[in-house]
Design a protein around this ligand. Structure first.
Ligand code: COA
Length: 138
């Protein structure tokens, strides 16, 4: 498995599985800028784009802002490959991410790869708190 920087040419592939929370116009605009600014990487399965990850900052630390794998490529370790990339390229000694309390798959992924729950933020999605995770790459 391979990870490389994403470019504008990858948008068509990414759009096939981009999560709903990145689709409202404001977030779409931010995502397109992130793609242009080199904040997005893709995981490849052969020559196919299997997944993507958007990295930015959280209080000065690397933050996995979005991570998604195409349905047909799931359960093959692509999320793990992308998270390992974030760990290897961390700007500081730790990496953060977050996901809705309701996102059982993502909680399972983070548990599987040794991330630790470190907080919760209410009032983003009413009734579905945002759970924050951290990992200190060894
Ligand atoms: C969550 C997501 C990124 C996981 O990607 P993935 O490449 O399938 O994950 P991995 O193959 O690395 O999974 C590693 C482990 O996590 C756990 N896991 C992953 N998906 C799971 C699921 N749906 N249910 C239960 N456990 C799951 C398993 O332990 C899995 O290991 P196994 O396949 O050997 O049992 C993918 O399901 C996805 O894109 N979901 C929609 C977008 C999203 O919710 N993103 C997260 C918030 S930004």
């Amino acid at each position: 498995m391979n990870v490389r920087a994403a470019g504008a040419d990858d948008l068509g592939a990414i759009d096939e599985f981009v999560p709903a929370f990145l689709q409202p116009p404001y977030k779409r605009g931010r995502f397109l800028r992130a793609l242009r600014d080199g904040e997005v990487v893709v995981a490849l399965d052969g020559s196919s784009v299997a997944g993507f990850m958007w990295l930015n900052l959280f209080f000065g630390h690397t933050f996995v802002n979005a991570l998604a794998v195409a349905p047909r490529h799931r359960r093959r370790g692509h999320a793990g490959t992308l998270l390992a990339h974030a760990e290897r390229n961390a700007l500081t000694d730790r990496v953060f991410t977050s996901t809705n309390a309701s996102n059982a798959a993502m909680h399972a992924v983070l548990k599987r790869y040794g991330w630790r729950r470190c907080g919760e933020v209410d009032d983003l999605d009413p009734g579905d708190p945002e759970v924050v995770y951290v990992k200190y790459p060894s």
